[in-house]
Design a protein around this ligand. Structure first.
Ligand code: CDP
Length: 279
């Protein structure tokens, strides 16, 4: 225990120039890439790389809720299963649900419950699956942001996309989007998710302590990042669904303007084939 405290005291997470271990400034997001529609069997899907995180999200529904006693006659259920692959972390993670994944699944379902138009789909369930393939802190935010794109890809009616990013405190400085070392050896981590169009917060958690002013700063960093993520989410959906003129032409080649040469006309069967009387 003393050893760990010694390492924590010695470990500098921010250098003299104000740069973090990975070279980022305090308000800098890790590189983010989102692809929509990556799985053929699911109704909607998305893949996301966010710094060292690699996350896959799949959505089914709205479909009849099972078991039937769970059905709500007035609205759809929004259910989420967040899972970490055994190979997603340095020490192999024991497969299956644990307390942490049950908690993350719950807070993500609740975040999406407030945007999906549940009343339009009574007795059904919208099922969201999040698989973390590689983890580097911030996986609930990455999962939520990717699942939001997967929901839109599945065509589930909702008020808006949800974008999520954490901020925290390292070496006494409030920073955006902590990576694993910063999360492990930092002072606080505060993930949040927002509906970017309205600014409504749909998830807010805190690990560690922040003063009121630090919290205000963390909130403003995360809200700014959510707007950038929102752009990337919409861009992924645009890339998936944008139809170019070339695509349209490929689907239905235009009719030739001038009558083609004689050989392009359909050949009529020789009269002999059917006899002189025809068919
Ligand atoms: O991933 P997120 O920040 O949303 O949740 P966390 O509980 O704060 O976990 C932070 C990080 O710890 C994860 O992203 C993983 O990189 C790591 N972790 C791990 O190495 N082994 C676990 N069983 C759980 C988390």
């Amino acid at each position: 225990m003393e050893d760990i405290e010694h390492i924590q005291k010695e470990m500098k997470l921010i250098d003299g120039k104000g740069r973090r271990l990975d070279g980022r400034k305090p308000d800098e997001l890790r590189p983010v890439r989102i692809e929509a529609g990556v799985l053929r069997r699911a109704d909607g899907s998305a893949y996301m790389e966010w710094g060292g995180n690699k996350v896959l999200a799949a959505v089914y529904g709205p479909r009849e809720a099972h078991p039937r006693h769970l059905q709500d006659p007035a609205r759809a259920l929004v259910q989420c299963r967040y899972n970490m692959a055994p190979f997603s972390v340095t020490d192999r993670k024991r497969p299956g649900p644990d307390r942490r994944s049950v908690e993350i699944s719950k807070v993500i379902s609740e975040a999406f419950s407030s945007v999906v138009f549940k009343e339009q789909f009574p007795r059904t369930s919208v099922d969201i699956f999040i698989e973390v393939l590689q983890a580097d802190a911030g996986t609930r935010c990455a999962g939520l942001t990717a699942a939001s794109v997967a929901l839109a890809d599945a065509g589930v009616p909702m008020r808006d996309l949800v974008a999520s990013c954490a901020s925290g405190k390292i070496d006494g400085v409030v920073c955006l989007d902590l990576n694993k070392d910063e999360d492990n050896f930092g002072d606080a981590d505060c993930p949040m998710a927002v509906i970017p169009r309205t600014g409504e917060i749909v998830l807010l958690q805190m690990d560690g302590h922040l003063t009121y002013d630090e919290f205000q700063k963390a909130m403003s960093l995360s809200l700014g990042a959510a707007q950038r993520l929102y752009e990337l989410q919409r861009d992924a959906l645009r890339r998936r669904y944008a139809v170019t003129l070339q695509d349209i032409l490929k689907e239905s080649p235009p009719a030739p303007m001038v009558a083609g040469p004689a050989e392009s006309e359909p050949e009529l069967p020789a009269e002999d084939d059917f006899g002189s009387e025809g068919i």
